[in-house]
Design a protein around this ligand. Sequence first.
Ligand code: 2RA
Length: 373
Amino acid sequence: MGGADLYTDGLHTADRRLVRANARDRAVNGCGRKVSVYQRLVVVGATGAVGRIACTLLEERNYPWQQIKFLASRRSAGTKIRFRGEEHTVEELRPEVFHKGDLVISSTPDDVAREFIPAAVQRGAVVVDESGAWRMDPQVPLVVPEVNPEALASHSGIVASPNCSTTQLVMAMKPLHDAGRIRRVVVSTYQATSGAGVVGQRDLDQGSRAALQEEPYAYECFVHPIAFNLIPHIGSPKHEGYTSEEMKMVWETHKIFGDDTIGVCPTCVRVPVTNCHSEAILVETERPLSVADARKLFAAAEGITLLDDLAEKQYPMPLFCSGKDDVFIGRVRKDLSCDNGITFWCVSDNLRKGAATNAVQIAELLARRDSAV
Ligand code: 2RA
């Protein structure tokens, strides 16, 4: 199956359909026949790593937003952003900026999201939040458009996007769950330093240089050297020996599938890779699925690219999945140790589908759903 060109062809296969729909909406909007209730798209955290990718995606995908505004912390206010050929000045994030009819894509630290989002919602805005602040709030749907778009029907002003390691896991689980009902999943992550922000990246770059030159380096982000090392500790101690990153994978998976009987056993590990999280995943299903079934299901799933030919050395790797919107799957095998077990390897760009792409997809779905003709 597959070939090297799947890496390059994989760009945006996640939602070619949505991109085509955007073009259609643009045409219809031009004739003034179909108007979204959202008059303005507001990007909060526009100058951060994920916010910048969100801006690039918004340009590429070409949804017909009528107006756009960029916000950031006081420190970044005044920065210029070029968008669709025009220069925009980034404004400071303040509650008074928001109005009814605003659809907000927000990428900020949790404490900022906790504070400004209720004020924005009170003023009539709808917020798609990429932080961890609201994900587990029962009033807030937690959405991956390819997995549980129906959850969008019941929001009250906030829609949350999951943690990056959860998003690729549930994307991979979805087709197998629909076909055979997953009762248990064991997942080990290999998470890139970009997930820890610019300081994490700096630690990898400068720590590696220092290690090669046998010089000391004071790590700022990680509690141990990340260069030439693995750190089985992401987040803080949370529950029965599991870290917060691991418990996010458990709780968010339950919420997205609306089923807390699915057994989830995660181990999260930081690895010296710049971008793209990888996961070794083992699922146990109620109904048996063959490897051929699993491959067929992955190949047909929206947003997944199957790259699986061991003999031809074809499998997903972080270096080649970076900058792509699809979730890549390979090394699909039967679990030799249990009945009804399928195991595979999964790689996804944690800053794109794990963050910015998912949020932009949610915003487009909301805008399309809440349109008046
Ligand atoms: C990480 N998942 O990779 C986190 C970022 N949200 O550290």
